[in-house]
Design a protein around this ligand. Structure first.
Ligand code: NAG
Length: 437
């Protein structure tokens, strides 16, 4: 028998009441959801088996795969993918865990007449989008439709743009125009097709990365306001009253490409902001368990450069650490399930200081040769990392920083340091002792 110390760290949860009317936003709880990643924008890195079964093995992205298969064969293969990757049973399972939201990443090629003859993307996706929105509607889920992959590519060397490019050509007027037309079409679809009734927000561009200051300025001063105006113009034409209009979502300032509302000065009507919070890509937080928990416990995701961008949700985050293959973060370690569960709960508390969160992603398969549940909510629940009921994760505020089986002997002395740090920072800290055989 050995005593071990557990810390209970009660992260401050700000239960601030949002004063605006929230058309379709979940009224009781924060947004708690999952991304339907890999569905309409398939990314090889997170779904290797599925990628191979589509027939895309050895290809980097959707464009390359379609080019290799040929249009007709690719269309058939992707239709098979769309009908199997996320099914109605998945949607039912998402709702059964107490989640209330899905964010659906879309490529601009869903509106097929926008695709030029020298571009290569699968066709025939729309009925599957319609179907999944109907399932999500029937399950009572709030839906965010996200322009995830823009014409020309909004970032370079990324599978999530559908086509890995050396230079992101999105930031040009011809590609902006195609994006506006996509958003107009999506808006009209939302308001005229009842399958889309639970779509409450459209995100105008996921993770844009302009290369030059001129492009950055055009994103903020041209693209964002024009996208906003053109969505609203469709709604005006359709006679949609103000409180039935969509939320229009932009990446928040912390994304690093400027303040999305600099054109307006203050947030325009029914806007919504997005922060992608991946410690995986954050070099500022040392890659140790202790630093990760301390960071997630004391971080305030809406502060600093995001403070003017409200309401804010964390539209992407995961359980993947930087240096995920080092011993400290080994998913096969005997205490990995409990540690990652606690880091999940700590992150959730951070993001619920704002309007909520959407995990990346619902489902993955075979990342780096293994079933890595740090990117897949469904797998993480099945592995026992994330509780089946999200209410249990919300209630869970125990952060284990040392165990008798700890592979990190330094953590025992580190515990005292952490305790002091937490007390100095004014957090509520309770030390409990449990018995372990
Ligand atoms: C991860 O843990 C497993 C099980 O204890 C072990 O076999 C493996 O060597 C570990 N890997 C690393 C990188 O520590």
């Amino acid at each position: 028998m050995k005593n071990i110390s557990l810390f209970v760290c009660l992260c401050l949860t700000l239960l601030s009441v949002v004063s605006v009317t929230w058309a379709w936003l979940p009224s009781q709880n924060p947004i708690r959801g999952v991304n339907l990643g890999g569905l309409f924008v398939s990314e090889q890195w997170m779904m290797n088996d599925q990628w191979n079964s589509i027939g895309c093995g050895g290809r980097n992205d959707e464009w390359e795969c379609v080019q290799a298969l040929g249009q007709g064969k690719a269309d058939a293969a992707f239709q098979q993918h769309w009908s199997t990757w996320i099914t109605q049973a998945d949607i039912t399972e998402i709702a059964s865990y107490g989640l209330n939201t899905v964010r659906i990443p879309l490529g601009f090629w869903m509106k097929e007449d926008l695709v030029r003859s020298d571009e290569h993307f699968p066709r025939g996706g729309f009925p599957y989008l319609e179907q999944i929105c109907r399932w999500a509607r029937d399950a009572g889920l709030y839906i965010i439709l996200d322009l995830h992959a823009g014409p020309g590519g909004q970032d370079k060397n990324e599978q999530f743009t559908g086509h890995s490019v050396n230079y992101p050509n999105f930031f040009r007027s011809d590609n902006y125009e195609r994006a506006y037309e996509f958003l107009e079409w999506l808006t009209e679809t939302r308001h005229t097709n009842k399958n889309f009734a639970n779509v409450g927000a459209i995100e105008v561009m996921n993770e844009p990365r302009p290369e030059t200051d001129i492009e950055k300025k055009s994103l903020l001063d041209k693209y964002n306001p024009t996208a906003y105006d053109r969505i609203r113009a469709v709604e005006d034409r359709l006679g949609i009253t103000q409180n039935n209009q969509l939320h229009i979502q932009f990446m928040g300032s912390r994304w690093g490409e400027g303040n999305p509302i600099q054109h307006w000065g203050s947030a325009p009507y029914f806007s919504l902001f997005d922060d992608h919070k991946y410690l995986h890509w954050d070099n500022g937080v040392p890659a140790t368990r202790r630093d990760y928990l301390t960071h997630s416990c004391y971080d305030n995701v809406g502060a600093g450069s995001n403070s003017g961008n409200k309401p804010l949700i964390v539209g992407e985050w995961s359980l993947s650490p930087r240096d995920g293959d080092n011993a400290a973060f080994n998913i096969s370690a005997s205490d990995a399930v409990s540690w990652y569960g606690q880091w999940f709960a700590a992150q959730l508390r951070d993001y619920e200081k704002q309007r909520g969160w959407v995990f990346w992603s619902w489902k993955t398969n075979w990342i780096g040769g293994r079933n890595d549940w740090r990117w897949g909510y469904q797998q993480a629940v099945r592995a026992g990392v994330i509780p089946k009921s999200i209410d249990d994760a919300v209630a869970m505020n125990v952060k284990r920083v040392s165990t008798p089986h700890s592979p990190f002997p330094d953590e025992d002395s580190g515990d005292r340091d952490l305790q002091q740090t937490l007390e100095q920072e004014g957090g509520t800290l309770v030390t409990v002792t449990v018995q372990d055989s």
